[in-house]
Ligand binder design. Structure first.
Ligand code: SF4
Ligand code: SF4
Length: 256
């Protein structure tokens, strides 16, 4: 089992890579550095990362957030984000790393999947740079570059399941990128930030908000959608992000 990890800005190789850029890399339990990259790191979680992890751990989203994450503000956006908590082991290890590797490997976060690549710009469906913008995170301890397996960036993304995750997160990423393009003096209200946090990270709370308040009287949906939103987290996330865009960008007040 290999173990990948996210952006650690300490040793960025500034070479700009596109989807067809080539590199040599392989990570496997035989490397001398195995699991080192899962310590001393900051892993930003996307909404879909949380859906996958909370499902794997059979936890409601608020419990997952309380046990495994720390809140922050995302630079240049004034938007809340969450990172994985570290263990208190003197090495700032990820809570999910063990000697044999990652215990949530099949559901590991997007940032872990990208490694050894970092993302130069958030992918954004409108006006995205067609050739992408990636770079190497060259940490001295990482021996994966000494291996002979060849990849293009596009192949790596597909192999690691990044494409699927980016597709689910696309509208949310679009929202974050749009907010980042706002002048810095335009601030969100605390209420707007709370709504963003709830939809993005605490989906089970958002579901209660939708079904246990007057929300659906203010924002009616058809019966099929209503049934789907009761159980389908991905559908609820997409519904919530569209509602948030209305709230944040169209200056309406769709709040019940
Ligand atoms: S989630 Fe898994 S792959 Fe990512 S840093 Fe933690 S242990 Fe490593
Ligand atoms: S440091 Fe590099 S080679 Fe070593 S386990 Fe992490 S990703 Fe794999």
């Amino acid at each position: 089992m290999n173990t990948d990890h996210p952006e650690n800005n300490a040793h960025i190789n500034p070479t700009r890579l596109g989807y067809q850029s080539r590199f040599q890399f392989k990570c496997h339990p035989g490397v001398s550095c195995f699991t080192q990259c899962c310590r001393g790191i900051q892993i930003i979680l996307t909404p879909y990362d949380i859906i996958r992890l909370k499902r794997r751990l059979a936890l409601p989203s608020d419990e997952f957030l309380a046990i495994y994450t720390e809140p922050h503000l995302l630079e240049k956006t004034d938007l809340p984000m969450v990172t994985l908590k570290h263990l208190d082991d003197g090495q700032e290890s990820c809570a999910f790393v063990r000697d044999k590797g990652c215990i949530v490997y099949e559901d590991r976060p997007t940032a872990c999947r990208y490694y050894p690549l970092g993302v130069g710009t958030l992918q954004h469906k409108e006006g995205a740079d067609d050739d992408g913008f990636f770079f190497f995170i060259n940490e001295p301890h990482c021996k994966g570059f000494d291996e002979s397996q060849e990849w293009t960036v596009a192949d790596w993304r597909q192999d690691q399941g990044v494409d699927e995750r980016d597709a689910v997160n696309a509208e949310w990423t679009d929202l974050v990128v749009r907010k980042r393009s706002f002048p810095v003096n335009i601030k969100l209200t605390d209420q707007a930030k709370q709504m963003f946090f709830m939809v993005s990270y605490n989906l089970d709370q958002f579901r209660r908000f939708v079904f246990e308040s007057t929300f659906l009287q203010r924002m009616p949906v058809d019966d099929a959608t209503r049934e789907q939103l009761k159980t389908d987290d991905v559908a609820l996330l997409k519904f919530g992000v569209n509602w948030l865009k209305n709230l944040l960008f169209k200056q309406k007040d769709p709040l019940p």
